[in-house]
Design a protein around this ligand. Structure first.
Ligand code: AMP
Length: 400
């Protein structure tokens, strides 16, 4: 068990929180979606309520180690100031004497500061120890609340924990709590739904789930790479040439291990990759000139039936092109079903496209947990330890 922000006495302390303020900006540098800032509020508010000074740090975009003014965190600190109704100090950099001066003005009236984009320094992504030590000088306690970056051993995520007492914020601790349910002690039957476009992204995950999960349900374009190996004709469907040997390996292993890995029995096909294109449903081969866009109704019924027996459901990757009607039906129907099971069943939605699909169908609040990190959730589920989680202090450890 990792320490959380609740395990520290924060009164009068400078709490250095690694947040994810990597928000989308338009050309005028206006934030187009402030969800990530909103999501960090519980941890920030808790620290403020406990009488702490809050110093936030984040990356934004890919400035590649250079100062890029369009990637400043200024719009994020302005938005945060509006949300918390308090003055927020935007620092000119993330380390150094000038930042120390700027942080001296933290007081009861202005208890929050945001350090400038961590990735303006090339040392952040290098997990540089000296850079991490300088970052750590800005605080007394380090809290990680940036799950989406915790699979990266970067200075603000990993090396910094060597210089300060450390723990997880509320967002990160919820991610750990739910992913641990899947990785360490899954309730059974544990059923996973895997979709999306690429097999190669998920090979490690599939191989690891063969040992951990009871059933694996496959959908999305990923299924067509498997069909190619199985000798089912896929017409013009999207598939991954590079993924073919891996799909073959997975099928061989599944046979040896007797894994319950299920593939769609029917598919919604179209001749055009566009919204409202004419579609048909087929079982078996896809005719030339047509491509698979979604799982069909028989597959939806079969998967729903299987899922009804689950105690734990983990979903990673959409079942079809959910962004376009009518090819959203399969993902929507299964997601509504999974949502209806929540409560009796622990339901976990991996981040990235699957979380986007849950938001698209307005079902985010109907799941036990929707992860905020795509890559990080994939690695967690694979059983790959996340550097940002491993580095945090364990609960038992007592600090002088
Ligand atoms: P991934 O990033 O691998 O999780 O893939 C997500 C993307 O896969 C989504 O944008 C879906 O539109 C796309 N996708 C799912 N099923 C299909 C399909 N049958 N054909 C083409 N794209 C698909």
């Amino acid at each position: 068990m990792k320490k959380t922000i609740r395990d520290f006495n924060l009164k009068g302390k400078r709490v250095l929180i690694r947040v994810d303020f990597n928000v989308p900006l338009d050309k005028e540098l206006r934030i187009t979606d402030d969800n990530r800032i909103q999501a960090s509020l519980p941890t920030i508010q808790h620290a403020l309520e406990q009488g702490a000074y809050v110093i936030l740090m984040s990356h934004l975009g890919r400035p590649e180690g250079k100062q890029v003014s369009s990637m400043s965190l200024t719009p994020a600190s302005k938005r945060l100031s509006e949300l918390i109704g308090k003055n927020v100090i935007q620092c000119s950099d993330c380390v150094g004497a000038r930042v120390k001066e700027e942080l001296k003005v933290l007081d009861a009236e202005s208890p929050v500061a945001v350090l400038e984009n961590l990735r303006f320094s090339p040392l952040e992504e290098k997990n540089d120890a000296e850079f991490a030590r300088q970052l750590a000088e800005n605080g007394d306690i380090y809290i990680n609340d940036a799950f989406g970056s915790s699979h990266r051993a970067h200075a603000s995520i990993e090396a910094i924990t060597k210089y300060l007492p450390s723990g997880a914020g509320f967002l990160l601790s919820k991610e750990i709590e739910y992913f641990e349910k899947a990785v360490s002690h899954p309730e059974r039957p544990y059923i996973t739904i895997l979709g999306g476009a690429k097999v190669t992204d998920k090979i490690k995950l599939i191989l690891s789930l063969m040992d951990r999960a009871d059933t694996i349900l496959i959908g999305g374009a990923m299924a067509y790479t498997f069909y190619r190996v199985m000798g089912i004709k896929i017409g013009n469907s999207k598939f991954e040439e590079k993924g073919l040997p891996f799909a073959e390996e997975i099928l061989k292993k599944a046979k040896i291990k007797n894994t319950d890995i299920q593939f769609p029995v029917d598919r919604v096909i179209s001749q055009e990759f566009k919204e409202n294109a004419v579609s048909r449903i087929v079982e078996g081969d896809i005719p030339d000139g047509w491509m698979g866009m979604d799982i069909g109704p028989k597959t939806v019924a079969k998967y729903k039936d299987t899922l009804s027996k689950a105690k734990l459901i983990v979903w990673n990757g959409p079942m079809g092109v959910f962004e376009m009607r009518p090819f959203d039906n399969g993902t929507r129907a299964l997601m509504e079903h999974v949502a209806s099971l929540t409560g009796k069943v622990t339901t976990i939605i991996g981040g990235g496209d699957t979380a986007a699909a849950a938001a698209h169908f307005h079902l985010e609040d109907k799941m036990s947990h929707v992860s905020t990190g795509g890559g990080a959730s994939l690695e967690y589920l694979e059983g790959t330890p996340l550097p940002g989680v491993v580095a945090l202090e364990d609960k038992e450890k007592v600090h002088a």
